[in-house]
Design a protein around this ligand. Structure first.
Ligand SMILES: Nc1nc(=O)c2c([nH]1)NC[C@@H]1CN(c3ccc(C(=O)N[C@@H](CCC(=O)O)C(=O)O)cc3)CN21
Ligand SMILES: CC(C)C(=O)C(=O)O
Length: 350
């Protein structure tokens, strides 16, 4: 390890101590990539235990600080999202497609979503956890919506919920969920749960009427009490107009540069969606910051090659040994059992 890296690491560990983030320092010590140390060492206080709340989101928005959000469906990914200092971990119903292998988000159940949320909850210290209400759990009535939202909070451990659309009775549902003390995030533009009505995962708001409708929908969501709104797959001029029309943060996905924050799918940005099934729904707006899927395949192929060629496990990966006395007793015991070959083989270890 270079002197620079060691120095960065020392600063980081000191900062972690100062901010009482012992678990982070333990975590970082395991990293071997100097670049990661450097990245973290420039903002060592990010991974603190202070929860990122709706209030803090609001103050970031008010001071025009960009908001960051990434999907998380399980413990390890949520841990990484949290350690990286991402503001919002969205337990998105995209899990249906990304980790359950469905073609749409429609089949995932509230129970599935709660299981995902619980794993995320165990990992997260700082990030705000927003849980998606899946298709079929909130549309028909505000009462049903409140029940689903309460389960997402009580059983899933989420801090807030997200639901799609801005027409009645969803606006009433948003009001009722908010009245139950649960913050609600809206979602307009490409709303994947309406795929059958939209005719595909198509960009929205590309004609004047559609764009105006989106601006009005955003205003309705604000009026109904949403603390933020996801705007998905729209021309950035529409995002700009929405921004001028509402006073709650816009979290954009494929919505251009004028959103107050950006959200992407964890598996997309890490290049984990390499299978053709995934590739066909890998959106064009997504930037890949790593190619972990390719790395995974290389690692798995190497494991396979090493097993079939008897390279793995070498002596290095056979950590369990029997002490001399016990081994003697073992050999004698095998002989008593009449297992001569086994006893001879075991003697090699004496
Ligand atoms: N892995 C993943 N990433 C996502 O961002 C994501 C999901 N899954 N699943 C739920 C929704 C679906 N999303 C998508 C999926 C595909 C396109 C896409 O490829 N759109 C094409 C147009 C397709 C058409 O016209 O039919 C494009 O050119 O943008 C966009 C958003 C965004 N969400
Ligand atoms: C892509 C984001 C916004 C989402 O709704 C999801 O992951 O389900």
């Amino acid at each position: 390890m270079s002197t620079v890296t060691l120095c960065c690491m020392r600063n980081l560990l000191a900062a972690c101590r100062a901010t009482k983030t012992a678990y982070i320092s333990g975590h970082l010590r395991k990293y071997t990539c100097p670049q990661l140390y450097r990245t973290f060492s420039t903002r060592p206080t990010v991974a603190c235990d202070r929860k990122f709340t709706v209030e803090q989101l609001r103050s970031k928005y008010k001071s025009s600080e960009p908001i960051t959000a990434i999907t998380a469906y399980d413990y390890p990914s949520a841990k990484q999202v949290d350690v990286a200092g991402i503001d919002i971990a969205l337990v998105g119903d995209s899990a249906a497609m990304v980790v359950h292998g469905h073609d749409t988000t429609l089949p995932i159940t509230l129970d599935d979503m709660i299981t995902h949320a619980r794993s995320v909850k165990r990992a997260v210290r700082r990030a705000m956890i927003v849980g998606d209400l899946p298709f079929g759990t909130y549309e028909e009535s505000p009462t049903r919506a409140v029940c689903s939202a309460l389960r997402m909070i009580k059983d899933g451990g989420a801090d807030a919920v997200k639901l799609e659309g801005a027409i009645e009775p969803r606006l009433s549902a948003i009001r009722s969920i908010k009245a139950a003390g649960i913050p609600v995030m809206g979602h307009i533009g490409l709303t994947p749960q309406s795929i059958n009505a939209l005719g595909g995962f198509k960009p929205q708001g590309r004609n004047a009427d559609g764009a105006l409708n989106l601006v009005e929908n955003a205003m309705r969501l604000e009026e109904a009490g949403c603390f933020a709104v996801v705007v998905e797959c729209v021309p950035e001029v529409v995002t700009l107009a929405i921004r001028g029309a509402i006073d709650i943060p816009i979290i954009g996905i494929g919505a251009g540069r004028h959103a107050d924050g950006q959200i992407l799918v964890y598996h997309d940005i890490l290049g984990l969606t390499v299978h053709p099934h995934h590739a066909k729904v890998s959106p064009r707006f997504c930037k890949q910051y790593a190619q972990l899927g390719d790395d995974a395949i290389v690692a798995l192929e190497t494991f396979k090659h090493e097993v079939v060629s008897n390279v793995f496990p070498g002596a290095q990966f056979c950590p369990y040994v029997m002490g001399g006395d016990e081994l003697n007793n073992f050999v004698t015991g095998l002989q008593k059992l009449g297992l001569k070959t086994a006893a001879e083989d075991a003697k090699d270890y004496l």
